[in-house]
Structure formats: structure tokens, C-alpha cells
Design a protein around this ligand. Structure first.
Ligand code: AMP
Ligand code: MG
Length: 317
């Protein structure tokens, strides 16, 4: 298997544009929250977005495996028949072809439970709560090569006028969600009082109080974190708009889902930054759909990483 390069990602970037158009249509005209069996929120756009992305992967990378958040069985149980008809109609419109329920189900589950050298890791709407609240969300696609985070495409409709970030072979890029013009991206060199910090919006996903203690212990008492949903936070660090994305789960021994972290990790490391757990180890994406138990993820511009790890250690994390 040859490692992917940034040109190989073009059909997936195209799929992300289509998925983003679909998400916008749902958000504007068909916005309803449903619940999965684990009580996590989901919408028809989550299923539509994943179907479009998996269809493109099946077409262009048929031998590859996929680990994706949504599943065909939940498409049948979590949303109503009418909602399924709605999303099948919208996906048909966006793709310009007639899409049946059988198509949706086969795309949603394509590549699942398969062993391959390359695995695509997909969160079709990362930050569904933000999507429902009309804040930000991310269409997140990461690529593992032999279990290591290697490439990514991230659709960020709420990032300025809308951006796509992508990376391969250690280099990060951005393009407008609508329009042309590729830019190289890299982390910023800020440190000390100038650091910009981002964190989760949702207090059920991140322990804001403990994170504040860490910023204090690191010597930044006046830092005012920006709170937002989805992996746009990782993109902000990767392109230099922020310097630190700290995530401390409110749950001890939390096991994070890899689709919340692979794409983002690639964007940060491609930009020259660092992503680790509290002990300074890279995140281990080789163990299936979950990370090993840990409350903490630190993504930074690299320069300030040791300082944050030291603060975490002194606070007993
Ligand atoms: P964010 O938009 O950064 O708040 O992250 C959204 C992700 O948080 C979702 O995709 C969930 O997988 C994840 N999540 C759900 N519950 C928790 C939790 N208790 N701790 C950490 N992350 C969580
Ligand atoms: Mg998610």
C-alpha cells in the first residue's frame, strides 16, 4: 500500500463539499433531533453525510476499511420512515441520482468490521449538539495507515465563511468550502500570555473547571478559552488560529471514540503541533473504535506542550 498523498484526497474533498451542502439543507429546513440507543443525539444529516462519504470511499478506495460513527441498523431504528424518505430524497438531489433505502444502508455500513492496511475513520457530523443549536460542527474524516494517523479531510462549515482543512504526508492545507485557492497551514509560535485556548462548548463533554485549573497552573491566569463544538478546535490549532485545545472528560476512565480525534490529530501534527494524552504519549488509534481509558487529550502548537503536561501532572492528572 502506498501512503496517500494530498491529491489522492480530491474525491473525498468533493464528497465533503456535497455532505456539507446536504447538512446545510437539513439545518435550514428539516432540523429535528433524534436519539440513538446510547442516548447520543443524531439527525438525518448525520446519516446522509456518512452515506455520501462512504459511497465515495467505496468508489475510490474499495479495498479499505471504515470505522464510522453511524450504523445502518440505527438508521432504521433512530429515525422515522418519513424522515428516512426525506433524507433519501435530499441525498438523491445532492448526488444527482436516485438513492434507495438499500443504497443508504449499504453505504452506511460499507467497510465495517474489515481488516485492511488503510482505515477511514469518520464522524459525519462531529458536534451534533452544535449542529442542532446552529453553532459549529465538523465533517471529520481521518485516515489510519497501519493504525497510525496519516491523512485527514475536515469540512468546517462554521469556520469563517466555511473551510475545508486537509492533510497528508505531514503537510496541512486549507481551501474555502465554496470556491478555490489552496493555502498551506501550520501552527503558530505563540507562548506565554499570548496563548489562545479552545475547548468544548458542552460541559457534559469537558470539565471546564478542571481545565481552568490547568491554565492557571501553566501560568496563564487571564486566558479566556473560546468554546466551540466539533473538531474545528483541532483545525484551529493546526492552522495557527489557536495554540492549545485541552480536553478533560468529566468522566474518569472515559474511553473516547477515535472518530472524535483521528482527523484532528492529523491536522495538528501536520501543522507542526503535538497531540498526546496526559502522560505525553501519542493517542493510540490501533485498538478498534475506542481510545484506551483516559480523561485527557492535549493538542498544542508544540512549543507549550511540556508546560501543559507539567501543569496536568502537578494537579494529579
Ligand atoms: P465536542 O463537540 O468537542 O464537545 O465533542 C463532541 C464529542 O464528545 C461527541 O462526538 C462525543 O463522542 C464526545 N463525548 C460524549 N460524551 C463525552 C464525555 N463524557 N467525555 C468526553 N467526550 C464525550
Ligand atoms: Mg463526534
Amino acid at each position: 500500500m502506498k501512503p496517500l498523498n494530498h491529491q489522492d484526497l480530491e474525491p473525498i474533498i468533493e464528497a465533503v463539499r456535497l455532505a456539507a451542502a446536504l447538512c446545510r439543507e437539513v439545518q435550514d429546513h428539516f432540523l429535528v433531533g433524534n436519539e440513538k440507543t446510547d442516548r447520543e443525539p443524531v439527525t438525518i444529516a448525520d446519516y446522509g453525510s456518512q452515506a455520501i462519504i462512504c459511497r465515495a470511499i467505496r468508489q475510490h478506495f474499495p479495498a479499505d476499511a471504515i470505522i464510522a460513527e453511524e450504523r445502518g441498523d440505527q438508521f432504521l431504528s433512530a429515525v422515522s420512515t418519513t424522515q428516512r424518505e426525506t433524507i433519501e430524497g435530499l441525498v438523491s438531489q445532492v448526488l444527482g441520482e436516485t438513492v434507495s433505502e438499500a443504497d443508504m444502508l449499504s453505504w452506511l455500513d460499507h467497510g465495517r468490521d474489515k481488516e485492511a492496511e488503510r482505515t477511514w475513520v469518520i464522524d459525519p457530523i462531529d458536534g451534533t449538539i452544535g449542529f442542532l443549536a446552529k453553532r459549529t460542527y465538523t465533517i471529520a474524516i481521518g485516515v489510519l495507515e497501519h493504525g497510525l494517523a496519516a491523512a485527514a479531510v475536515m469540512g468546517c462549515p462554521g469556520y469563517g465563511d466555511g473551510k475545508i482543512f486537509y492533510a497528508a504526508q505531514g503537510k496541512g492545507y486549507e481551501i474555502p468550502l465554496q470556491g478555490e485557492g489552496i493555502k498551506d497551514v501550520a501552527v503558530a509560535a505563540r507562548e506565554g500570555d499570548a496563548v489562545k485556548v479552545v475547548e468544548s462548548y458542552e460541559s457534559s463533554h469537558a470539565d471546564h473547571g478542571s481545565m481552568k485549573q490547568v491554565y492557571l497552573a501553566a501560568g496563564w491566569p487571564d486566558v479566556e478559552p473560546i468554546r466551540l463544538d466539533g473538531q474545528d478546535k483541532y483545525a484551529m490549532v493546526g492552522c495557527g488560529d489557536a495554540d492549545l485545545y485541552l480536553r478533560i472528560s468529566p468522566k474518569p476512565e472515559y474511553r473516547a471514540k477515535i472518530w472524535d480525534h483521528v482527523a484532528g490529530t492529523v491536522m495538528v501534527t501536520a501543522g507542526g503541533g503535538t497531540v498526546t494524552d496526559e502522560s505525553g504519549m501519542p493517542l493510540d488509534f490501533s485498538q478498534g473504535y475506542q481510545l484506551p481509558p483516559s480523561r485527557v487529550v492535549v493538542a498544542s502548537n508544540g512549543r507549550i506542550h511540556a508546560q501543559v503536561l507539567d501543569a496536568l501532572k502537578r494537579l494529579g492528572f
